[in-house]
Design a protein around this ligand. Structure first.
Ligand code: 5RP
Length: 224
């Protein structure tokens, strides 16, 4: 396959990871959006694929394209989820949450038998934290105290857009925690999750089965 846009190349390659019929988790972000567009073409052509969206945006896109969706309650039995990432390390651990959807994305990821991550090559790094801060969804109540506790592990910044704090689909806030290179993502995940007020972190440790890296040739990296 040859396409100029690496994100589109990765999204197209993800189609080969889908079952003939079944339930597909729909990620969030610009690469996942391209994948949902392609999935809709398969559905329109008669493939029996049903979606579980990871955000309001993905739900609205999929609905508009005629993809049948399961409700938000679950429990779901998802065959495969296709989602993007902000950073992917050599062990295929991820940082996600650039679109503030990481809490829902992680729930859907854990409910999936397989997780396929679609990225362009700029997302690859040797160690997590090299390029991206960790997005951390926190409850609005006492968020400045939560941030003070998070500061033991890095430098937290409240995410704003147009000067206004960003709200997640659940109405929570996001702190981007700049840590620098992370030695042990699994250990850090435990520490961050132990801070009261933290709803979810953007660290996805050992949660990618396959990473598709778009380019003139798509690279398929598999865990294990
Ligand atoms: C949203 C995410 C996205 O998957 C991540 O930010 C990658 O986005 P994009 O494909 O636009 O680069 O985690 O919460």
């Amino acid at each position: 396959m040859s396409t100029q846009d690496p994100k589109l190349a990765a999204a197209l390659a993800a189609l080969a990871e889908l079952p003939e019929a079944g339930v597909v988790g729909l990620g969030t972000g610009s690469t996942a959006k391209l994948f949902i567009d392609e999935l809709a073409k398969l559905v329109a052509a008669g493939r029996d694929l049903v979606g579980v969206p990871t955000s309001r945006a993905s739900r609205e896109q999929a609905e508009a394209l005629g993809i049948r969706l399961l409700d938000d309650d679950g429990p779901w039995s998802i065959d495969v989820t296709v989602d993007g990432a902000d950073e992917v390390d050599a062990a295929l651990h991820l940082i996600k949450g650039g679109g503030a959807a990481h809490a829902r994305e992680k729930i859907v990821n854990f409910a999936s038998r397989r997780n396929v991550i679609v990225v362009d090559p700029s997302k690859l790094s040797r160690r997590l934290g090299e390029k991206w801060p960790i997005p951390i969804e926190v409850l609005p109540f006492g968020h400045a105290s939560t941030a003070r506790a998070l500061a033991a592990h890095g430098s937290p910044n409240l995410r704003r857009r147009d000067g206004v704090p960003v709200r997640t689909d659940a109405g929570n806030l996001v702190y981007d925690l700049r840590t620098g290179e992370i030695d042990d993502p699994a250990a850090l995940e435990v520490l961050l999750r132990s801070v009261p007020g933290v709803v979810e972190t953007g660290l996805f440790v050992a949660r990618a089965d396959v990473v598709l890296v778009g380019g003139a040739t798509v690279r398929r990296l598999a865990r294990g």
